[in-house]
Design a protein around this ligand. Sequence first.
Ligand SMILES: C[S@@+](CC[C@H](N)C(=O)[O-])C[C@H]1O[C@@H](n2cnc3c(N)ncnc32)[C@H](O)[C@@H]1O
Length: 192
Amino acid sequence: MDDTPSRLPTALPALRSKAREAGFIMSSEDRTGSLLAALAAARPSARILELGTGVGEGTAWLLSGMDPDSCLTTVELDPALQVFAQEQLGADPRVTFVSGDGGAWLEDFDGAPFDLVFADTWPGKFTHLDEALDLVAPGGTYLIDDLFPQPGWPEGHEASVKRLLAELDEREGFRCVRLAWASGLLMAVRTA
Ligand SMILES: C[S@@+](CC[C@H](N)C(=O)[O-])C[C@H]1O[C@@H](n2cnc3c(N)ncnc32)[C@H](O)[C@@H]1O
């Protein structure tokens, strides 16, 4: 089986070209994107959170799977990256862009929980894990990627990834599945 996705979001080529120009190499790969779209499509009227917009490739995948009544909040520290996503995707009323630190956002947010949390940066994954998991609605999904060694990982990061995986596996109220696929994924579904 060839697992290369064939249905790509329409904004993807433009976002990729901006990523290339900016030298940004951290966008989600297409297989991960196709999973994001499928998870978004599984939830009519979903509330979705992405931590780390980058240039917006994951955002585009999520939007491509979402129904008209779903909404997505995406948080990014670097406005020079997020502007590309805003240019390509900002006309879509389902998406809200937040510019700022994801950790501060997680500490301050007091709205309704999310059906899907894609934690694709440090806060919500290696810091502020409790805050991010607290925001997952019952039956909702927490998804992380880049669990296989990636270019640019800081010294000792592999040990942090191992600790994170063990912590998630043992977490009460979640069922986890590790996917040794794409960049290495873990999906945790809230059971209670
Ligand atoms: C792996 S990339 C995100 C890729 C994107 N989600 C996608 O699917 O294409 C991680 C992003 O997190 C951003 N970032 C780093 N520290 C952050 C923080 N403290 N708060 C929010 N975003 C942060 C980086 O600037 C980078 O754009």
